[in-house]
Ligand binder design. Structure first.
Ligand code: C2G
Length: 452
């Protein structure tokens, strides 16, 4: 008898799960399905689980494919189960390709094609639906987003769009997600929401079109280059009753939330200065270092620096001073933005092709907070005082490598109306960032014209 085993949360049971179990059963004669406990899911960094384990086990059982349903509750259990049950084949969906190759020394490992088009009819009676998301732009960040969605319950990447055929084909083949290269309206019809990760200058138009079609939008920063357009897009979101979120992922991290509350609760006294730095030595041939019109240090990384400043000091600054070090064709290699408030100052530094320490320092009248590099993936921070021997250290929850799953989780909660008030990154803060972006763009464009 050929024994097969597979695992999963099987939350909000859907077509993809059903197909996976069906194919898993076809790999042998006897199928064992391991269902993760809430605690194990939390440990492995899976967010937003909805159904209790009993419901998830029943759903798997009711398909009729499983011969045995077991519970998975700890790391290392897969090896134990394979030996204990005498397993011949271990299988999971293709979103896990490569991840479980280490089990090949115990049994055969098969990655089954995942189901891309989740049928919504199956889900019609549910209170909470699976959000079908389409990725616009299949460049560098798209695979990371795809991977991170597998750690957030209630969302599935079902399709993608990219008019650039080469990139589209590559993505489709590698990740088995159908990619549209034209007929944008048709692509939208297959989604409930979109994630805009296309080149910067195309963001706002995709955002507008998607919202007009009634889709929720998560857009990579910068969403737009002008204040007026940012206002227009947030108004459109309100009118269309859809969620619009700018993807500045730091805003959604548990560690960043914790940092804000410590900074505001008086521990360091009155906040007098915020200094945030984000620099990266990018590939000289990359868009960040060559697209002098729509990329460069500030457009890529400036939003990160503005985030803690606007969160802690507000958006009503009195003055802003923008200064850059320019490279060829007037692209900014390094930009410093200085904000002046009535009783405080702040600086955001962004660099591409220039390297500095990526730390965040919040200075107050009683002490300061130091968030070590990379502060934008806030895993912990120190509160320090005049007495150098006194340091209060805070550690925060952080799963995954890039923190994207927290942003995705927030997006799902907002769509489902369970996200509460917009306090992590408000429309006003996002609009205020667009205003600075506009000022920066005008200054840089004038300089570039002068170089011509
Ligand atoms: N799946 C699929 N198609 C989808 C969605 C999911 O084939 N559209 C597959 C997954 O690849 C996985 C199974 O369905 O094999 C269960 O998915 P999840 O409930 O999301 O579980 P997961 O987080 O993938 O857990 O120890 C747990 C395992 O590592 C997998």
């Amino acid at each position: 008898m050929k024994k097969v085993i597979t695992y999963g949360s099987f939350d909000l049971f859907h077509e993809g799960h059903y197909q996976l179990l069906k194919r898993a059963k076809e790999l042998g004669d006897y199928l064992i399905v391991g269902i993760t406990t809430e605690n194990f899911d939390r440990m492995r960094g899976k967010l937003n689980l909805v159904d209790p384990i009993k419901v998830r086990m029943d759903n798997v059982w009711n398909t009729g494919f499983a011969d045995e349903v077991i519970v998975e509750d700890h790391e290392g259990q897969k090896i134990e189960d394979i030996q204990r049950y005498g397993i011949d084949v271990f299988t999971l969906g293709s979103d896990w390709v490569g991840r479980f190759d280490y089990l090949k020394q115990y049994c055969e490992v098969v990655y089954l094609p995942r189901t891309a088009g989740i049928s919504s009819s199956e889900l019609r009676n549910r209170k909470q639906k699976i959000v079908r998301v389409g990725i616009i732009g299949t460049g560098r960040i798209a695979p990371r987003f795809l991977k991170e969605t597998s750690f957030v319950s209630g969302i599935e990447v079902t399709t993608a769009y990219n008019p650039e055929k080469k990139s589209a084909k590559f993505f489709e083949k590698k990740y088995q997600i159908p990619v549209w290269t034209n007929r944008f309206e048709e692509f939208l019809k297959e989604t409930d929401a979109v994630y805009v990760a296309s080149p910067n200058e195309t963001h706002s138009e995709y955002v507008r079109k998607a919202m007009l079609a009634g889709k929720h939008v998560l857009c990579e920063k910068p969403m737009t280059f002008t204040y007026a357009e940012a206002v227009e897009l947030y108004e459109l979101a309100k009118k269309q009753k859809v969620t619009l979120m700018e993807g500045i992922r730091t805003a959604y991290l548990p560690g960043f939330q914790q940092l804000l509350s410590v900074a505001r609760n008086g521990t360091i006294g009155e906040i007098c200065d915020v200094e945030a730095s984000f620099t990266r030595l990018a590939n000289p041939a990359s868009r960040e270092m060559t697209d002098h019109r729509y990329s460069g240090a500030f457009l890529e990384y400036g939003s990160y620096g503005m985030l803690p400043i606007f969160k802690l000091l507000g958006i009503d600054y009195q003055e802003v001073l923008i200064q850059s070090v320019y490279g060829s064709e007037g692209i900014d290699l390094f930009t410093k933005i200085l904000f002046k408030y009535p009783n405080s100052l702040a600086t955001a530094k962004a660099g591409v092709g220039v390297k500095s320490e990526g730390e965040l320092i919040i200075a107050g009248t009683k002490g300061y907070i130091l968030v070590p590099s990379p502060w934008w993936l806030t895993r912990g921070f120190d509160v320090r005082y005049e007495d150098a021997n006194k340091i209060d250290h805070f550690d925060a929850a952080f799963s995954g490598s890039d923190g994207l799953r927290y942003e995705i989780s927030e997006f799902v909660s907002k769509i489902n109306g369970t996200g509460g008030h917009d306090y992590k990154l408000t429309a006003e803060e996002s609009i205020a960032m667009a205003d600075v972006v506009e000022k920066f763009m005008i200054k840089r464009r004038d300089l570039q014209r002068g170089m011509e």
